[in-house]
Design a binder for this molecule. Structure first.
Ligand SMILES: C[S@@+](CC[C@H](N)C(=O)[O-])C[C@H]1O[C@@H](n2cnc3c(N)ncnc32)[C@H](O)[C@@H]1O
Length: 237
């Protein structure tokens, strides 16, 4: 992501953090989709799961429930305002094994390789989502799982009116700068969501895919295959 795009995203999500948190918690059906995305990670008690672009922490309850009190949930986000809501939630719930880190998901390194990585409504914001999926896959522990939950235009036969409404939503929820894209923001989003999934499928030896909300929402998960060498354990400061 360019420096301008990063600044625009941080400004946008920083300004709308409270409203986003309200929508993230109260939109009907969204909790169920988050639970399905967490299921796609096939977490075991004691696992460490990292959520890239965790926002206000709406996925934390689902992840925490699955890793149990001996596991760990680490939320990564680069927008202070969103992380502030996530930290409030952690404090309110008194979750001792849920932590937030302010960092760029395209650059972060881990002291210990996580067992799973989740990104919900995030890859559409990344300039090169396929490269990031590759990068995240490389940082997982052996046999680690990666899951993506995203919205994009539906490909179903009745898609026209649904996509018309969806395009309006994309425009309303896009940080400034997307008007400078070569293509409409919904097309860029579609392409990024598809590219991330292609990259995940290419790296995973067990994949799951499901579509929801009239085909607008996709949940894709997979167990990342090794590339003829053991997965790396990465040190960071
Ligand atoms: C649409 S929100 C999704 C939040 C959360 N995943 C959810 O499902 O509610 C996108 C979030 O990703 C964060 N984000 C986008 N690009 C990022 C990056 N490169 N590094 C860290 N956070 C990023 C934004 O700050 C924002 O909080």
């Amino acid at each position: 992501m360019s420096r301008d795009a990063t600044a625009a995203a941080q400004q946008f999500y920083g300004r709308w953090a409270d409203f986003y948190d309200f929508l993230a918690r109260s939109t009907p059906g969204l909790g169920d989709l988050r639970a399905r995305a967490a299921d796609a990670l096939a977490l075991d008690p004691g696992d460490t799961v990292v959520e890239m672009g965790c926002g206000t922490g709406a996925n934390f309850p689902h992840l925490r429930e699955r890793v149990g009190p001996t596991g760990r949930v680490v939320g990564v986000d680069f927008t202070q305002g969103m992380l502030g809501r996530a930290r409030d939630r952690i404090e309110r719930e008194d979750w001792r094994n849920v932590h937030c880190v302010r960092a760029d998901a395209t650059e972060i390194e881990f002291r210990e390789a996580p067992d799973a990585i989740l990104a919900t409504f995030v890859v559409g914001m990344l300039a090169d989502p396929a490269a990031e999926v590759e990068r995240w896959a490389d940082r997982l522990a052996p046999g680690g799982r990666l899951a993506l939950l995203d919205a994009a235009q539906t490909t179903r036969w009745f898609g026209w009116p649904v996509n018309r409404a969806f395009r309006g939503l994309v425009v309303a929820s896009s940080p400034s700068g997307t008007e400078a894209y070569d293509a409409p923001p919904w097309t860029v989003l579609d392409d990024r969501v598809a590219a991330a999934r292609r990259a995940l499928r290419a790296r995973a030896d067990e994949t799951t895919h499901s579509e929801h909300a009239l085909g607008v929402v996709r949940i894709t998960g997979g167990r990342v295959a090794r590339r003829g060498r053991s997965a790396r354990r990465v040190q960071f400061g």
